[in-house]
Design a protein. Structure first.
Length: 493
């Protein structure tokens, strides 16, 4: 009940306080406060009553073959999962749950298409019960097998926090901070005063200088937010291998999270290097596994993230430990792609930079506004060389290889990704070739798998080399489709 009071009260306060303050200056605040407090108590009381009914009508049972959950107040709902299909048991506890010794247990089958039908959520249970359920439901060790000795594969190093401001989330938080300031100032009716104060602060400064100063302030605020977000998500981080072949990630300062991954579902790893992290010599490690939700948000701690941003050498060591290999396949020498791939990327970069510049110049010429023409020239002079430099870097990032039991592909510049995928996890190949690629003798080769992003591509690889690479990686899978039948001879009298 305390959890419900806290959550409902937080929502009511977040909505009610701004709405109540918006009446200031329009009507007498006394009656408004009475109505606001009364409605708040009514909503909180209603939430507590509904939660009490939900708990009273919720029952779960873990049998030898199935995990079952009965819930519902007006409409009873009975959901059941076969224990053989259960692939994840994750524990989550926000601060109030931790204070009360409770956790939320999420039992999933790893089927993304099934939605909520593939997940049972027990909210809340005692922490000891949650741990017992996790161990019992994920136990897959055969009776005659020798269990692996548990061990820590990686643990938090507080120095990793220096990588937090280098992610793209910093700019997103900076924009959010600016929007929040304007929105809150509008609630309190002081938006014009804030705008005037900013104008007075930068009086006498050029427009370019004022813009740069505001961007610097916003990025400083975004960096502080990124540091706080990193501490909340990754404090107390630990990656462990448990008996029975389970990888477990535990993390979180205020909200404790525990994510478990069966090694039987692991098909490889993805060493991710966003541009900021790559320039500072850092990378993070994601799992390529079946049954994990696909979250592509930059630097967000998704269920597939096994190691946060850390020194690149350490990321390689942790990847090797995860895969039980003496060295990580992601460090294998890669076959470079043809120069035609570089030419394609430079053409894309020049076209992308030239298009807005050309539009601005044409608009300036037609309307007779010189400022537009100057802006067009600036767009061509500044973003153009940057785009070409990124295109060259994107070409240098391309590569592919076969290393032992893994095929390795690498691509990307703003977000460089090096994927080591088990060859046995490849279930098909998709070969794509556009008209321009056909003229250059290039193809894009996609390795299809049931894990991770479902497909991993080697972009703009030489046609003959790419097909040979696919045959080396998974012999017999693509080869039969490339054989050309011999023409039969026509016998004549």
């Amino acid at each position: 009940m305390l959890v419900t009071v806290q959550m409902t009260g937080g929502v009511v306060s977040a909505v009610g306080v701004p709405v109540t303050l918006s009446f200031q200056g329009w009507v007498a605040m006394g009656p408004v406060l009475v109505w606001a407090v009364g409605l708040s108590l009514l909503l909180v009381g209603g939430g507590v009553a509904l939660d009490a009914l939900r708990l009273r009508h919720s029952r779960y049972r873990i049998g030898p073959e199935r995990a079952e959950l009965r819930s519902g107040i007006l409409f009873a709902k009975h959901r059941s999962l076969s224990r053989e299909r259960i692939r994840s048991v994750d524990l989550v506890a926000h601060p109030l749950l931790r204070l009360l010794g409770l956790v939320e247990v999420r039992i999933g089958t790893g089927e993304q298409s099934a939605g909520q039908e593939a997940t049972l959520e027990l909210r809340p249970v005692r922490r000891a019960e949650g741990e017992r359920l996790r161990r019992e439901l994920l136990s897959r060790t055969p009776p005659d097998a020798v269990p692996d000795a548990p061990g820590t594969l990686a643990a938090l190093d507080p120095r990793w926090i220096r990588y937090a401001p280098l992610s793209f989330v910093t700019s997103a938080l900076a924009a959010a901070a600016g929007g929040a300031v304007m929105q809150v100032s509008e609630w309190f009716g002081v938006q014009e005063e804030i705008i005037d104060g900013v104008g007075d602060l930068f009086r006498g400064m050029s427009v370019a200088g004022m813009v740069l100063a505001l961007v610097a302030v916003a990025l400083a605020a975004g960096s502080v937010g990124a540091l706080g977000l990193w501490v909340e998500m990754w404090w107390n981080y630990r990656l462990e291998r448990e008996p029975g072949g389970t990888l477990r990630v535990r993390r979180g300062l205020l909200t404790a999270r525990s994510v478990s991954l069966e090694e039987a579902r692991l098909r490889g790893v993805d060493v991710v290097e966003p541009l900021g992290l790559r320039l500072s010599g850092a990378a993070r490690v994601d799992a390529v596994a079946t049954g994990l939700s696909r979250r592509d948000e930059e630097d967000q701690a998704g269920p597939s993230t096994l190691l946060p941003a850390a020194p690149r050498a350490l990321a390689g060591e942790v990847a090797a430990r995860i895969l039980r290999e003496p060295s990580t396949p992601t460090a294998a020498p890669l076959t470079p792609h043809p120069r035609a791939a570089r030419a394609r990327r430079i053409r894309w970069a020049v076209s992308s930079a030239a298009a807005p510049a050309l539009v601005l110049v044409l608009l300036g010429a037609v309307t007779g506004v010189p400022v537009l023409m100057y802006l067009g020239a600036a767009c061509a002079a500044v973003p153009g060389p940057v785009a070409v430099a990124l295109a060259r870097d994107a070409y240098r990032s391309l590569g592919h290889a076969v290393d032992g039991d893994y095929l390795v592909v690498r691509s990307g510049t703003l977000r460089r990704s090096t994927v080591a995928l088990r060859r046995g996890g490849v279930i098909g190949w998709t070969v794509k070739q556009s008209v321009l690629q056909r003229r250059a003798g290039l193809i894009t080769l996609n390795a299809t798998t049931a894990a991770g992003a479902q497909a991993y591509a080697a972009y703009d690889v030489d046609e003959a080399e790419g097909l040979a690479f696919a045959e080396r990686a998974v012999p017999g899978l693509l080869g039969p489709f490339l054989e050309r039948p011999e023409r039969g001879r026509t016998e004549g009298a």
